[in-house]
Design a protein around this ligand. Sequence first.
Ligand code: C2E
Ligand code: SIN
Ligand code: SIN
Ligand code: SIN
Ligand code: FE
Ligand code: FE
Length: 353
Amino acid sequence: MSILPYYGDFRVLIVDDVADNIQVIMNTLKEESYKFSFATDGKQALELIRLNTFDLILLDIMMPGIDGYEVCATIKQDPILSDIPIIFLTAKSDIDSIKKGFMLGGSDYITKPFHADELLSRVKHQLELYRSKQILKHHNLNLQSKLEKKETRLLSELEENQKEMIYILTELMEATSDETGKHIKRVAECSRLLAHYHKSLSEEDANLIYDASPMHDIGKISIPHDILHKKEKLTPQEFNIMKTHASVAYNLLKNFDRKILKSAAIIAHEHHERWDGSGYPRGLAGEDIHIYGRIVAIADVFDALTHKRVYKEAWSIEEAVEYIKNHSGSKFDPYLVEIFLEHLDEFIKIAQD
Ligand code: C2E
Ligand code: SIN
Ligand code: SIN
Ligand code: SIN
Ligand code: FE
Ligand code: FE
């Protein structure tokens, strides 16, 4: 089917093994400005149809070789040609032949001998119908592709807005973060790396976790300033308040529909859960902790340990690695610790950023 509808003269193919019949049909239709083509057998007809574009086919049934039924069936099976209307024009007037013609996809069936007016009006009718359908189809296709483009744009705008929102929130959090403000970025990179080497996670997971993990501590926006920035060790009561940052973030994010925010909600909720069930807020253990949560747990602690906080000095890389290693299977998912140790140089590079 051509995308642009054709507005020129109608192109009509007449197929009949008797040349006189073709002449009679042409004479009948000659008042209209149609462009005619002819074929005197089925094979020739199919060749012409494949090489040219027609708006209507007038088709005899009984022909030597490929008969009209077969020509019709062939055309109707070809998705490019199947829309072209076919009018059978034949001496076969029995009800079974007529039925077969329609069943094979014919649009009309005219028996010979025909009245000139009848042929003319039925041909006109099929041509107008066909053109209307082509125009409708053209508009539908146009409309459809416009809608698709709009939808894609809307989706990518949403995606962009979301990344922007994460960026803004990230910036906001950096004000309450470590000295350099790069904590979030490094945690995102470490997390992506752990996901990348995880044998049952995809690159899509890795990218998702990279986009979502910056929000893991977004709940800290609700923590009072004098607790968040306290230079000393927190009292147990203060630490209880601090611990609410996981659930605060979860409640903030959980109602969004987008994948990134849904993942961010899970990560925020579960990045302080510990493999042995000693973490918070729910005390989940093992694989009950979402893998994204288990991943960010390692990335977060490794980064917090290796960097200065208002309340603590930075540990050396060796001390931090030792801490992760020693808590494999207690605080941390042992498989993830394996990945961490196996690719240690890459994690250290991120920590030194
Ligand atoms: P954070 O500073 O980003 O630390 C994230 C996690 O890294 C901590 O989660 C903890 O698991 C680990 N971590 C950080 N520093 C140390 C450390 O010196 N020793 C050990 N063993 N682990 C460490 P956690 O404990 O749930 O703390 C959550 C957040 O609470 C911390 O995020 C920080 O913002 C705050 N926080 C924790 N303890 C104190 C504190 O004594 N003073 C202040 N001002 N804030 C604290
Ligand atoms: C932040 O995420 O910006 C705060 C630092 C932290 O994760 O403890
Ligand atoms: C701060 O250092 O400003 C607050 C605690 C932290 O996020 O490390
Ligand atoms: C942890 O690694 O989850 C806790 C360590 C700490 O808070 O000292
Ligand atoms: Fe946290
Ligand atoms: Fe953190």
